[in-house]
Write a protein that binds this ligand. Structure first.
Ligand code: ATP
Ligand code: MG
Length: 171
């Protein structure tokens, strides 16, 4: 199954991000991520054989991480495939460290798809018609985090749906 590791936003932030997605969609068009799908991908694992998922879930369930707070203060876009996102203006040291340490752990499972350039972002729109974020409101939001999730991605008619399989313990 198709899996990734992610941070899931607290409910109040999820709601706020959903409002930003509405504003962005009004300006840029495209497909808006449903509120329940909003996340920050830490590690994309791709297709993982069923028989490895139990061990991976157990690893996640035992791996506590330091807590942190990510500052969301920038809009951004990826040209392909028309992504509009929110993230941080400055690189976030704590997230970079978390990304690195999770990939160190994943290497023990034989995963080697670590990205050289990790750009933490929350996708709000896909296949946007206009990649123009000027005129959208200034953002300054805090995302407190203390655990990560193992998430399954599966395709439905109108796009990807996610299901959380395991969460790391809170230290
Ligand atoms: P779809 O691909 O159907 O449009 P999706 O991108 O939401 O939907 P997935 O492709 O399963 O679903 O991706 C799950 C998460 O992993 C998303 O946050 C996506 O941006 C990220 N992701 C997908 N492929 C990669 C990749 N090759 N490298 C890094 N992150 C990826
Ligand atoms: Mg994808």
């Amino acid at each position: 199954m198709r899996l990734f590791l992610a941070l899931e936003p607290p409910d109040s932030l999820r709601e706020r991000l959903g409002e930003l997605a509405d504003l962005a969609q009004a300006r840029c068009g495209g497909r808006r991520m449903p509120d329940e799908s909003l996340h920050l991908t830490l590690a994309f694992l791709g297709e993982v054989p069923e028989e490895r998922v139990t061990a991976l879930s157990a690893w996640v369930g035992e791996r506590s991480i330091p807590s942190g707070e990510w500052r969301l203060d920038a809009w951004g876009t990826f040209r392909r495939p028309g992504i509009v996102w929110v993230g941080g203006r400055e690189p976030d040291t704590a997230l970079a460290r978390l990304h690195g340490s999770l990939w160190d752990g994943l290497a023990a499972f034989g995963f080697n798809h670590r990205l050289e350039h990790f750009v933490p972002h929350v996708t709000l729109l896909r296949r946007a018609r206009r990649l123009e974020t000027r005129g959208l409101p200034t953002i300054d939001l805090a995302w407190p985090w203390r655990r990560f999730s193992l998430v399954r991605s599966f395709t439905e008619n109108d796009g990807a749906r996610y299901q959380t399989l395991a969460r790391s313990p809170v230290a």
